[in-house]
Design a protein around this ligand. Sequence first.
Ligand code: AMP
Length: 453
Amino acid sequence: MAEPQFRTPKGTHDVLPEDHQYMTYIKKAVRHRCRQAGYRRIDPPIFENRAIFERSIGEHTDIVEKELFLVSGKAAAGQDAEQGVEYALRPELTAGICRSYIEHGMQQLPQPVELYAIGQCFRYDRPQKGRYRQFHQVDLEVIGLKDPSLDAQLIHVCMKILKDLQIADRLTLQLNNIGSADNRRAFTAALKDYFIGKERHLPEIDRRRLQSNPLRLLDSKEHDTQILLKSTPTLDQFIDDASKLYHTTLVEYLEELQIPFTSNAGLVRGLDYYGQTVFEIWDGSSGAQNAVGGGGRYDGLIELLGGSPTPGVGAALGIERMIWHMKQAGIKAPNKDQVDVFVAQLGPDAKKMCLQLISELREYGVHTIGALGEASLKSQMRLADKFGARFTLLLGQMEVKEGKIILRDMAAGRQKSLSFGKAVPEILKLLGSEHLDTYSMTDQLGNVVDSGD
Ligand code: AMP
């Protein structure tokens, strides 16, 4: 095969039909669990004013410093440069949802407002296994109230989704409480003091982090840093009593809900907006590398974005990583693309009759395809085989004359001739009503119902 002239951009991938089966299945689990728990779906735009991300995630985080995908479309730059607006593709969904909460006055709604989103996110990272420049996240947010029971229930919904996908056993929930903003300020000041005169012992990357985002030292992958941290002040020495009580109550609730977790004092999450509860869902064998999800409490975020002080807690799960785990665990997503009937025909009259026949079968919920080209019957039968059709209906010139049609069971290799009018009822009987793909776009009130995206 010739080398294609164009390929997907680096760090992106086509979601091919095989993977869409997984994606659809995951979305279904998410929608189901979120609806049960009262979450409503929201879709913030794919790109936003870049200041929203910079302000909320933090200027000195990897996501903003290195990975923000700036939109430099000519028209956008031309029109909006006058107003000084610059855009970035969303690296996550929380900031956009909080912007939306403020913009649409959702504080007027009964609190908490529970929202979920499913969609693409973008990070201009160096692509590697499980780390893409375009990927999909499931995102859950509970905004407007603060209580450890909300954190526990949010984690519970995430774990239920992972259980539904049969991958929960492969994962561990890592949990920490990083205290209030004051607690973290006191800790990072103490950490900086400790390192005065000792900076040279730190690896270059952490020397920089010590200045810009000292908390990140705690989850540093650098061996030397980890050793040094054993003799530095620790964050838990600075956590106030209210945060400690919050955490022990959350732990009690998680135990009540029988959610196993690992306490992880080094877990800080890479984003500035978190405070108090933070958690990640790790691969049981490889740990923090390629986590499946993460989240935490962000009580200061809405205020940072210009709203009145409003607490919130959220979580994000990475769809590509969930699919990877499902495949590793040998879990097959249901294949709804199975072809039930292939219609083969020969001659202009047969072709015309087949158009109606195909339409009628589809209307009954039978997945039907027909290659209505000019190919010979033999090559059409080969096609039916390649498509994996369960049955083939065959209408040649002779059959048209006799008012008949041939029905072939592809797996059994048996065929029979029946009158044309019997074809549809016979197929329906053979498939069984439970296998028919029927749905109605309108319910009895004429409201459009869920189309299944
Ligand atoms: P984060 O808030 O960065 O922890 O992201 C939440 C989840 O999104 C992660 O646990 C991953 O499952 C997923 N994720 C984040 N970045 C990427 C990426 N570059 N490629 C694929 N999945 C990602």
